[in-house]
Ligand binder design. Sequence first.
Ligand SMILES: Nc1ncnc2c1ncn2[C@@H]1O[C@H](COP(=O)(O)OP(=O)(O)OP(=O)(O)O)[C@@H](O)[C@H]1O
Ligand SMILES: [Mg+2]
Length: 357
Amino acid sequence: MRIEGVSKLFGAFQAVRDVNLTVGKGEIFALLGGSGCGKTTLLRMLAGFEEPSAGRIFLDGQDMTGVPPWERPVHMMFQSYALFPHMSVEKNVAYGLKHEKMTKAEREERVRGMLDLVQLTQFAHRKPHQISGGQRQRVALARALARQPKLLLLDEPLAALDKKLREQTQFELMSIQERTGVTFIVVTHDQEEAMTLADRIAVMDKGEVRQSGTPTEIYEYPNSRFVAGFIGSITSFDGRVTAVEGDLSRVDVPGLGTEIVARSVAGAPSGQEVTVALRPEKVTLTREKPEGPNAIAGEIKDIAYFGKDSLYRVTLPSGGLIAVHGVNAKRAEAGRPDWYDKVWLSFDPAAAILLTE
Ligand SMILES: Nc1ncnc2c1ncn2[C@@H]1O[C@H](COP(=O)(O)OP(=O)(O)OP(=O)(O)O)[C@@H](O)[C@H]1O
Ligand SMILES: [Mg+2]
């Protein structure tokens, strides 16, 4: 699917602004963004329920302008997927085939295959209220896949599920996608879900795509403060580049009370104001002063213990705070940093993200 310069205006309100994206065959692509950023509107244009105000959408090279939803090889699973409460699981799935020209035997065969795919064969005769939320989710998915679309658009498919079930269903969704080879575009506002599910992600804000790329690219190489802050957590500081020495730059960061060494980025020459973003898991906390650059003294102010790991908030000499993540590999580790301990923080130059936008 190729999306070229697509915009959508509702009156004077711009819901989607100049979106350019290409989604490859068999890919799971996530549209990620906060509430109201235009995710559903973009999906509805892909499905044909809404015409773009500008731009064009191509599927398999074919321009979709003016092609009605039912003639597109696309199926959209809505944000609140509606199963028919009075129909059995089997009938719900078969409903997706209502408009297909098929014999009864072909239809039954298709439904059987779909139920098998989503592992609900044994529940074929139950009604939606007699199965769990995750199972209902899979019925909706089976119904959507029954027509064998080339492209399946899923709007917040897992939002109704609790955390555990959502994680489990994420993996099922991925395995179903792998087995069918159907291209998935999944809308979510949950960044972890996008990271888990998707081959590539587009991060949206106020109708615009701010960055698209693989989960690793987006997480490790965010292009802006917005994306860095939206995906994962960061502590950011204002700084100014004082020297660029090839791959490494020196950056004066008053908030850290020192000059640091960071990996150089394009567009940040000497003198450039930058934001230095540090992710909690990329900062190491030690009692002794470490060798090398980027060693900063601090004092532990807060500890949030999560069991498998802890999040420390450390006061810096400048008075600022930084979040540092520690893994609790050992049980009741002796000498684990405690409240008000004086500690050292350090990070690799490559771990400091320099942002100019
Ligand atoms: N038919 C419409 N007329 C006017 N404004 C609309 C219409 N549909 C959507 N909008 C507005 O466009 C913006 C984007 O809406 P959209 O439903 O695409 O958001 P979303 O990213 O899917 O949000 P959510 O995560 O809450 O579902 C919102 O500000 C919404 O109020
Ligand atoms: Mg929506």
